[in-house]
Design a protein around this ligand. Structure first.
Ligand SMILES: Nc1ncnc2c1ncn2[C@@H]1O[C@H](COP(=O)(O)OP(=O)(O)OP(=O)(O)O)[C@@H](O)[C@H]1O
Ligand SMILES: [Mg+2]
Length: 269
């Protein structure tokens, strides 16, 4: 397999991503060796941004597929379509990535149907092949091809878990919300809000996350903290921004909302 290095140009143009740990070097090593990677972590903690950043840094095109329970193998692989009276074969995003040596990112892979995960098996072991039944082709992945999948272990139900035979084909990286100092950097960078106010928002986020499993199903995501900060930076009052971006999205229960508003008062006075 060709050596892949972080390109100078890619490093300069990559979407902003602040590493939490050594995930960038693990991902680069996986890419260099053609190994698939599974990203696990709660919603809005930076998984998609990380993949976009790494693809650019490694100089690879990125194909992203949002998986859902109607997604069929043909949506990934391709299908015959009628075009001007002729039937022509059109590659799906996975096939394109395999041919071009690109990165294919399957978001929320546990949502996908079983026939989809089966397609991934020969691609994620040392065969690195993609059989296309409809055309009779068996593609060997072009060097540089990498399969990345993500899922949120939090709201996954027992029936929607990956089979061990699928999971054990991927290296796994665990993601979580960034440590407070890092989250302050991220939110400041993304929203351009003043650092002091961002610090308070991040403190509030920490208090809200502590309620996960008791009053809240999921803690507030970094994405929502960025939303709140963006609204405040544009002139919305802290109270209103926090309400729409950090409280309403978390719960529909009025009692719980009142409890969360008390935390806002604790942090912002
Ligand atoms: N480490 C980070 N560096 C830069 N931005 C980050 C980081 N972590 C989170 N963010 C910010 O949080 C937002 C949400 O992140 P992202 O969309 O990557 O979440 P996700 O983990 O893919 O969520 P989901 O599981 O819902 O798809 C990003 O748009 C970015 O603003
Ligand atoms: Mg995502």
């Amino acid at each position: 397999m060709e050596a892949t290095t972080i390109t100078k140009q890619g490093a300069a143009t990559a979407p902003y991503y602040l590493p939490q740990s050594d995930e960038c070097s693990v991902f680069a090593a996986a890419h260099q060796n053609g190994l698939p990677v599974l990203l696990k972590g709660p919603t809005g903690c930076g998984k998609t941004r990380f993949v976009a950043h790494m693809a650019e840094k490694l100089g690879r095109k990125l194909y992203t597929v949002a998986c859902h329970d109607d997604l069929a193998a043909a949506d990934l692989i391709g299908r015959y379509l009628l075009k001007g009276g002729e039937t022509v074969w059109v590659d799906g995003p996975l096939t394109r990535a395999v041919r071009e040596g690109a990165i294919c990112y399957l978001d929320e892979v546990v949502e996908a149907r079983k026939d989809v995960t089966v397609v991934l098996h020969p691609l994620t072991d040392d065969r690195r092949t993609l059989p296309i039944d409809r055309t009779g082709e068996e593609l060997v992945a072009t060097p540089g091809f990498m399969l990345v999948a993500s899922y949120n272990p939090g709201y996954q139900n027992i029936l929607k878990t990956l089979k061990p035979s699928t999971r054990q084909r991927f290296l796994s990286l665990e993601f979580d919300f960034p440590a407070p100092e890092l989250e302050v950097d991220i939110v400041t960078q993304e929203s351009k809000l003043d650092r002091e106010t961002v610090k308070s928002l991040v403190r509030l986020a920490g208090k809200l996350r502590a309620l996960k499993g008791q009053d809240l199903e999921e803690g507030v995501s970094t994405r929502l903290v960025v939303y709140a900060a963006t609204l405040i930076a544009q002139g919305m009052s802290v109270q209103r921004a926090v309400q729409t971006a950090m409280i309403e999205p978390l719960t529909d229960d009025d009692d719980v909302k009142r409890g969360l508003q008390d935390l806002v008062v604790v942090v912002f006075g």
